[in-house]
Design a protein around this ligand. Sequence first.
Ligand SMILES: Cc1ncc(COP(=O)(O)O)c(C=O)c1O
Length: 418
Amino acid sequence: MMPEFAVFEDSESNVRSYCRSFPAKFEKAAGSKLFDVGGKEWLDFLSGAGSLNYGHNHPAMRKKLLEYIDGGGIVNSLDFYTTAKEEFIRLFKECILVPRGLDYKMQFCGPTGTNSVEAAVKLAKKVTGRKGVVSFSNSYHGMSAGSMSVSASFKKRNEEYLNPNWVTFLPFSGFSGLDNEFEFIRTMLTSPGSGIAKPAAFIVELVQGEGGINVAAPEWVKAICGLAKELGALVIVDEIQSGCGRTGKFFSFEHYGIQPDLVCLSKSISGYGIPMSLLLMKADLDQWDPGEHNGTFRGFNYGFITGAETLRLFWCGRAFEEDLKDVAGILGNRLQGFCRTYPGVVAGYRALGMFAGLVMNDASTARKVQEACFDSGLILETCGPDGNVVKFLPPINISHEDLSAGLNLLDRVLARVG
Ligand SMILES: Cc1ncc(COP(=O)(O)O)c(C=O)c1O
């Protein structure tokens, strides 16, 4: 046991996980950097698992938050009407929904992503009067029982705890390697002899994060949406990790020209790492009775304050999306370069915008790369069912300088490992 971690290792549950890959005692953070108690510095390309898309402690957000606290702003308000929530809703509508031609109603859920998934699935079942949900291979939607039931990842599934009844897993885009992958899905869901009842909903991440940065093909997504319509099922897009600009657009579904029936958002929606979770629903689907999906922390106003500032800073207008193209271009080019330079260890890369993964030949190499990066000052996570994908979630507003510094560091590590 490391004496400096004794308090945690003695008293905190064995369930802790990230701290095992990143053994340091962190104290401060700014932008894309983290600092430990001794002042050692890391570039953070994990960004709170996508909850810090705009980096740590953004100064303008911090200022707004401090002003709000200083002014005696209400903290937790259940689902009372508050000025902070009003401003967030107004800006979300004005900057996100209206310019994209979206007419969604907004449901504030309990504070983490999984609660939005629970709400989406529950609402889809209520609206359609059906029980079944179709989910996809390598999906991950959260750790509460309902969300885990629609998650394929065996790393996370706990069969004793969850309720797999009525969940059908079918191949995600490209999973089977078969040319007629969609035809298989269609047959399973339309043939009277397949044993699968018409589902209430399809739930899908268009770019699977935990599943290994798998980017769905546009024709597959269009076909799934068409099939859902034909079956009278709803399409739930889980944007919890892929949303809030991560893929280069505010929603990943904008790349596909679709408008999902239900959209789950969380992680970076508050912009500052403050827990917040949102379900967007087409207006006619808002068939909830008052209080039917309740929760104490649905009105954490600090999140509304920093979330509203995030919208003002980055999303009122389209300029930020242009900046995103530049940084994503840098990231993509460098990852492509690593594939060429280190073919002995790197098998390929997958990316949409600033959501990227470097596919290593095996999990142990990915782990070695992660450890060596951490020792040298770069925080990176691994993902995928085989643990062989090094995942890139740098802040999406990262400076070109910090992005290049992190990638140069990785280059040196790959040169050693490869
Ligand atoms: C796609 C996706 N859905 C849902 C969740 C669950 O969110 P939370 O951990 O905030 O409950 C996650 C978390 O990583 C996720 O990546």
